[in-house]
Design a protein around this ligand. Sequence first.
Ligand SMILES: [Fe+2]
Length: 300
Amino acid sequence: MKSTPVFRLDPVKSDHVTLWPICCLHIGHHRHEMQKTVALLDKILRDRNSYVIMLGDTVDVGTRSSPGASVYEQDMNASEQVLVAGALLTPLVEAGKILFWLDSNHSRRLFTEAGTFTAEEQLARMFFGAGFSGKDKRLLNKYVAGGFDGTKKLKEVEGYLQEVISKLKPGVSQVFWGGLQALSRIQVGPNRYKLHAFHGSGGGATHKTVISQLDRMEKVAPGNDIYVSGHHHKRLVFDADKIVLDHRGDVQYRPAMYVSTGCMLGYDGSYGEAKGYVPTRPGMTRIKLYANNWGVEACV
Ligand SMILES: [Fe+2]
């Protein structure tokens, strides 16, 4: 468990900031919704009061021992996926939008199979000062210019990627590496919000799985205001009041918000369709943190 620095996010001409837990983009998978991903990242970039926490599975990393037919469903190999994801997310890092970055199961396939840095670590390390090299930029340019045979999705966003690549600078900025689970304090105006973030784990086709995982996280790290996870590709929000005695012996009701964010995968021909899972609409959940009166809202 890591603790992050306190993030101070003061809203501009608004009474709240919006926190986007981004998870399960699965860049590199043939059903990844590249255009929807680019549209969401652009929307966040344009909104002065939007921020992001990266919850993992940014890239798909289908290997020979991955479940299902994953290895045959890749549009790019793992290194290419990391490069493309890094390029897509660099504008958000440069704008100071990404608070921290978590590891996840797909990413860790690189570690479990070869002992290398996980894919998410590689992505986060791009922004720790090493940044993109000239060689990275040349490789990216080559791929975007048609090096990925049969990769239609990259063609769809070629102009956008070219623009991003032209602006890449080495050592652009920093994001905080949160590892597997992170505890965070987010200051919005005078209000401080405590957040526990976890990528998520295990299988599960139903919302019940998501609810029990979020409940379990409260046992792992009690006393937080917000619990957020992803992994199950299901957008879900619920809340509860926790009844506690304060230091004077008075009964206090302490609200807690539980948030599961979504994914950017289509359904047709996917692992989800093969397993008969209920299709979920691509997209992320968002969390509003208020600056005047203490308050958390979450919506899908
Ligand atoms: Fe996952």
